[in-house]
Each structure stands twice: as structure tokens, then as C-alpha cells.
Design a protein around this ligand. Structure first.
Ligand SMILES: O=C(O)CNC(=O)[C@H](CS)NC(=O)CCC(=O)C(=O)O
Length: 278
């Protein structure tokens, strides 16, 4: 069994403050014995004005990812974290990194599904963000193989099914869900992804009021392959953690007791056919 932690905090446009919040979470997660820490989407910053995103993103690598990776190495932690990644256009990628315990960025996933809403709260992610174009193979960590997604990707079960086909044991959804959609959909979607894929789900989350027109739902949580919520953060905006054991023997037991992954109709859905490495 390996302990992992999900983090929750209220990001702002001040990168150095967000970095401090992440440092606090890294030190506490390591002190409590966790081997992997999952941090939210947009941990580097939540811009007050979308026009600021490309400028702020230019500094993410040096001012956020580097010091974060050094701290991870100092505390022997693997980290999953959502950041903005500058591109060669005026748009950024919404990128999910895995940093290993030596401080190397060992995987990079660019969010595939962008959150474009015309209704209130009006958020049009594609105005500032380019979509990624590939699924990233699950990444080995001390807790198990981690499948990478981000926030709104949670609504697309084809992505989680593909990650599980490729061997994922832990699905991660670093997020900044809105208050309205979070209250209605966050927990049922996360539990559904855990149950249907028989995976652990680690969902770090932004919480609280980032600026006058933007708030996030929080409720960072860890779910086991049976669908039980095994840890959840309180409804507080100070940086906080929820920690739980990942038990891959338990995961294997759930998959053999209720073999839904083997019962898939690969004759009708041939892309599911290649075997999941269990
Ligand atoms: O804007 C940034 O800098 C970081 N990105 C986000 O917060 C993204 C795009 S606006 N938020 C979501 O995907 C929320 C999804 C959601 O709430 C749902 O699916 O219901």
C-alpha cells in the first residue's frame, strides 16, 4: 500500500503565492508519508483577465515548474500538477505534468477537451487555449500507473476508457470546476469514472473565489475502485490535503470479482480490443 495525497487551494494571478501554497502542500504531504501528491489544474495561476494568460504563461516554466520540481525532489515526492504552457502562438496549452521524485518532468499531457460555455458563468477556454492532440500513455509512479486527464475531460468517458485500455490504475483529474456544475456533477462523474473503469481516482481541485467573477467548487477527493470516497478535503479555502492508501491488490480483487473490463463488447467496439495490462 502506498499513501497518496490530493491538494486543494484557492489560486490567484500571483504565481509566487500559488507556489507557496503548493510548497505547503508538498511539505505536509511528504511529512504525512505520501509518495505522490496531486495538485489542481492551473496551479501556476488563475488570471483575472484572460488577456493576461499568455504573458503569465511565459514564466510558468522558470518561476513555477522549476522550483516546484526542486521541492518535489527534496521531499522524495512524485507530483501531478496542472499548469499553463506557452506555445508559439498567442494561445497556451492547458497542460498536466508529472514530475518524478528526482525533479524531472517525466510526462506532459495537453488537455484535449476545452470548456467552452455560452451560458453564465461565461467561460470560453478555447479563446485563450489550444487543445492537445494526443492521449498520453499512463505513467508509472510508486502508487501505480497514472492516467492523465484534466478537469472538463472528466465528462468524456472515451478518454478514461482509452487510458485504462493502456493500463491506467489511477485516473487523475486536476480541476477547477465551476460552483454550479461542481455542485451537480463533480462527485457523480468522479465516482462513475472510478466504478466503470475499476480505478482509483485522484481529483485535486481549486476552491473559492479567485477574483470577483470566478469561483471554484473544491471538494478535492480520492475514490477507490469500488467507488467509495476514501478521502475528501473540507470546504475551506486555505491550502488543504486529503490522503488515502492506494492498494493495487484491492484493485486487482475488484477487477477479478466483477470483470466488467473483460466483458466489454470488443466485437462491437474494436478500439477497446487491445488487452489492459493488469
Ligand atoms: O482558466 C484557467 O486558467 C484554467 N482552466 C480552467 O479552469 C478550465 C477551463 S475555463 N475549467 C474547466 O475545465 C471547468 C470544467 C467544469 O467546470 C465542468 O466540466 O463543469
Amino acid at each position: 500500500m502506498v499513501l497518496v495525497a490530493v491538494g486543494q487551494f484557492c489560486g490567484t494571478a500571483a504565481v509566487s503565492q500559488n507556489l507557496e501554497a503548493c510548497f505547503t502542500l508538498i511539505r505536509r504531504a511528504a511529512h504525512l508519508g505520501s509518495k505522490v501528491l496531486f495538485l489542481p489544474e492551473a496551479s501556476d495561476f488563475i488570471a483575472g483577465d484572460p488577456k493576461d494568460i499568455p504573458r503569465l504563461a511565459q514564466w510558468t516554466d522558470t518561476d513555477f515548474v522549476r522550483p516546484l520540481a526542486n521541492e518535489a525532489a527534496k521531499h522524495d515526492l512524485h507530483i501531478s500538477v496542472g499548469v499553463h504552457e506557452a506555445s508559439d502562438t498567442d494561445k497556451v496549452y492547458n497542460t498536466h505534468l508529472i514530475i518524478d521524485s528526482l525533479g524531472n518532468v517525466c510526462a506532459k499531457y495537453r488537455k484535449l477537451h476545452l470548456f467552452d460555455l455560452d451560458q453564465q458563468p461565461r467561460l470560453v477556454e478555447s479563446a485563450s487555449t489550444r487543445p492537445g492532440s494526443e492521449v498520453v500513455a499512463p505513467v508509472p509512479t510508486p502508487a501505480g500507473r497514472v492516467g492523465l486527464s484534466t478537469c472538463y475531460d472528466l465528462r468524456f468517458p472515451t478518454l478514461s476508457a482509452e487510458l485504462v485500455r493502456q493500463g491506467a490504475q489511477i485516473l487523475t483529474y486536476p480541476s477547477a470546476f465551476t460552483l454550479r456544475t461542481g455542485a451537480a456533477h463533480w462527485e457523480p462523474l468522479l465516482r462513475a469514472r472510478a466504478i466503470e473503469n475499476q480505478c482509483y481516482v485522484a481529483a485535486a481541485a481549486q476552491i473559492g473565489k479567485h477574483h470577483p467573477t470566478r469561483s471554484s467548487y473544491g471538494h478535492a477527493m480520492i475514490i477507490d475502485p469500488w467507488g467509495a470516497i476514501v478521502a475528501q478535503c473540507s470546504d475551506i479555502t486555505q491550502p488543504s490535503l486529503a490522503i488515502a492508501d492506494i492498494d493495487l491488490e484491492y484493485l486487482a480483487g475488484v477487477r477479478s470479482e466483477l470483470p466488467v473490463l473483460r466483458h466489454q463488447r470488443v466485437d462491437l467496439f474494436p478500439w477497446l480490443a487491445k488487452d489492459t495490462s493488469e
